[in-house]
Design a protein. Structure first.
Length: 362
C-alpha cells in the first residue's frame, strides 16, 4: 500500500474514533478508574513510541543527536505552554453533588489542600465505579473558567500537531519497509486511542455550559478533522514542497517532545495526588510501554544506525552533509500512481531530468 493510501486509511479510523469520543458517555460509562486505566495505557504507549521510535528516527535523519534533542525539547516546552494556557487535558468530570462529596471524602489531598489540586481528570472515590460527568460545585475545573472555546482551540491545535507526527512517522517508516506495510503504526495507535478522550473533554465542557447537542456535535466534527488536516498538510509539504529529510527529522523530533509532554501531563497528576488503584494503573502503564516495545521490534521498525548509513543516506563520518534523495521515492500528494520503493542492493545513481531528481541502478 502506498504511503498516501495508508495515511488515508489511518485518518478514517482517527476521524471515527474522534467522532465516537464526543459521544463516549452514551457508549460506555466512563468512570474515573476506567478513564485513568485508559490514560495510563495510552501514556505508556505514547512515551514508548516517542523514545523508541520518533526520536531515533529524528537522530537518523538529522544525523545529530543534539539537534534531535533540541527539537524534542522545543516540542515538550511548546506543548507544556499550550496545556498551561488552555488547560487542554480535562479528561472527564463528576456528575453530581453527591459524587463530588464522595470524591472529596476519599481524596485526602483534596481535603487538606483544596486550592492546590488543579488538575481535572474526573476524580471520584478511590476506585469506585461512578460516572464522570459534570458537577457545578466541583472547584477544580480549569475549563469552566476558560470556557469551551479555549479548550476546543487548544485541543484542536494539539491534534493538528498529532497529524504532523503521524504523517512524519508514515513517511519515515516507509523507507524502511515497515512490517506488513504498516508504516507509522505506533504513532497511529497512540493517536487513535488518545483522541476519544480529547473529544469527550470538549463535549463535556460544552454540556456543562449548556450548549445544545447539535452545537456539541458540530464542534466535535470540526475537532475530528484537525488530525487528518495536519497529516495531509505535512505530507504535501514534505513530498511536494520541501523535499528535505532534515525537515522530516525536525518534525519527528518535535513530535517526540509533544508526545512525552502529553503523556506526563496525563500520568503525573494521578501519581502526585492519589494512591488508589496503584497496581492496576501501573500495570496499564507497563502494558502501553510493552506494546511500544513490540512494535519497535517488528521487522522494518528497528532503527539500527548502521542500517540507516548503508541504505538511506550513504556518507562518511568526516562531516560531509547527508544526502537526501529518499523523499523523492515517496508518492507526492498530487499523484495517484502507487509508490515504488527501491530496495536494490546496488548504490543508486542520481541524475536530473527536466529539473527533477531520478535514480538508476549502478
Amino acid at each position: 500500500m502506498s504511503p498516501i493510501a495508508l495515511l488515508f486509511v489511518y485518518c478514517i479510523f482517527i476521524f471515527t474514533a474522534a467522532t465516537a469520543g464526543g459521544r463516549l458517555s452514551e457508549i460506555i460509562r466512563m468512570t474515573h478508574l476506567r478513564t485513568q486505566l485508559l490514560m495510563s495505557a495510552v501514556g505508556g504507549l505514547m512515551i514508548g513510541v516517542a523514545l523508541l521510535h520518533l526520536l531515533p528516527h529524528a537522530v537518523e535523519l538529522l544525523q545529530s543527536a543534539s539537534s534531535a534533542g533540541l527539537g524534542a525539547l522545543f516540542g515538550l516546552l511548546s506543548m507544556f505552554l499550550l496545556i498551561r494556557l488552555f488547560h487542554t487535558h480535562d479528561h472527564g468530570v463528576l456528575d453530581s453533588d453527591n459524587e463530588a462529596t464522595e470524591h472529596d471524602r476519599h481524596c485526602s489531598h483534596c481535603s487538606h489542600h483544596p486550592d492546590e489540586h488543579d488538575h481535572t481528570h474526573g476524580h471520584d472515590s478511590a476506585g469506585d465505579d461512578k460516572p464522570d460527568q459534570s458537577s457545578p460545585k466541583h472547584g477544580h475545573n480549569h475549563s469552566r473558567r476558560l470556557g469551551w472555546g479555549g479548550v476546543f482551540f487548544g485541543l484542536s491545535l494539539h491534534t493538528l500537531i498529532d497529524g504532523v507526527a503521524l504523517s512524519s512517522s508514515v513517511i519515515a517508516d516507509t523507507k524502511h519497509g515497515a512490517w506488513m506495510d504498516l508504516a507509522g503504526i505506533g504513532t497511529f495507535l497512540v493517536i487513535v486511542l488518545h483522541i476519544p478522550l480529547d473529544s469527550f473533554a470538549i463535549t463535556s465542557v460544552m454540556s456543562r455550559q449548556g450548549w445544545s447537542v447539535s452545537a456539541q456535535r458540530l464542534a466535535n466534527f470540526l475537532f475530528s478533522i484537525a488530525c487528518p488536516l495536519g497529516a495531509f498538510l505535512m505530507y504535501a509539504g514534505v513530498t511536494t514542497i520541501i523535499s528535505d529529510e532534515r525537515v522530516l527529522g525536525w518534525g519527528l523530533a518535535v513530535s517526540a517532545g509533544f508526545f512525552i509532554c502529553i503523556a506526563l501531563a496525563d500520568l503525573l497528576p494521578e501519581v502526585a495526588f492519589h494512591d488508589h488503584d496503584r497496581a492496576k494503573l501501573t500495570m496499564a502503564l507497563l502494558l502501553g510501554v510493552s506494546i511500544a516495545l513490540i512494535i519497535e521490534n517488528l521487522p522494518g521498525h528497528r532503527h539500527d544506525h548502521k542500517h540507516s548509513h548503508d541504505e538511506l543516506s550513504p556518507h562518511s563520518h568526516s562531516g560531509a552533509p547527508p544526502s537526501t534523495p529518499d523523499l523523492n521515492a515517496i508518492e507526492p500528494l498530487s499523484h495517484s500512481m502507487p509508490t515504488i520503493l527501491d530496495h536494490h542492493s546496488g548504490s543508486p545513481n542520481a541524475s536530473t531530468n527536466g529539473g527533477s531528481l531520478t535514480f538508476s541502478k549502478a
